[in-house]
Ligand binder design. Sequence first.
Ligand SMILES: Nc1ncnc2c1ncn2[C@@H]1O[C@H](COP(=O)(O)OP(=O)(O)OP(=O)(O)O)[C@@H](O)[C@H]1O
Length: 229
Amino acid sequence: MIDIEPLRYAWTSAGEDTLALGALQVSAGQTVFLHGPSGCGKSTLLGLLAGVILPQSGRVSLLGQDWAALRPGQRDAFRADHVGVVFQQFNLLPYLSVLDNVVLPCRFSALRRERCQAEGGPQVAAQNWLQRMAMPAELWTRRADALSVGQQQRVAAARALMGQPELILADEPTSALDAALRQDFMNLLLQATRDAGSTLVCVSHDAAQATRFDVQWALPDLQQMVAHT
Ligand SMILES: Nc1ncnc2c1ncn2[C@@H]1O[C@H](COP(=O)(O)OP(=O)(O)OP(=O)(O)O)[C@@H](O)[C@H]1O
């Protein structure tokens, strides 16, 4: 599913804060807990996995496809087909209803739209994912900005899962939630990801969640690496 050949990525040509990784592989359906100190490169690694940024050396492949072998437009299309993202701050369109937000990936991906046909079409598939994320039906027609923070994050997860993309990336999805909601959300996200058969890479500072994932990746502190080289 994911194949990383030893890589280096630096945001600036000066090369400070270079993220260096050895070889890593993730199989289909595995769940990965990605952690490490602030600034160590967790979001950068998610950007590399999603093909939003490309390493200066090394290679990141998803489903056997090297991101760097695609032109920018092809990367966008490949990402829309195969990657669902749950952002820290949800990134819902505030003026759209809950259902319209969840259906959105089907506007950008014919593959995900087709997969939803098996469930009766995008609207029904959206309702099914909202149910799996424990969103009460009376909220489905509400504007996204009229939801609580916890509800918005469940909608964001349902949207990421639409059309069962092979890879779900979640960047600190529980950091905006209070402690009581965190556990519930992670239970729902892990179960729904398994239902979708998707691979999950989840960034979190919540160490209590780590053992619930199949694999744990700890990134070292970049500043300390610089100090030791
Ligand atoms: N757009 C950017 N331009 C330049 N440098 C960047 C950019 N984004 C991140 N960096 C730098 O890259 C390093 C890794 O940042 P990244 O956001 O990946 O860390 P992180 O582990 O996700 O941090 P946090 O836990 O605080 O969210 C940091 O030193 C950061 O300053």
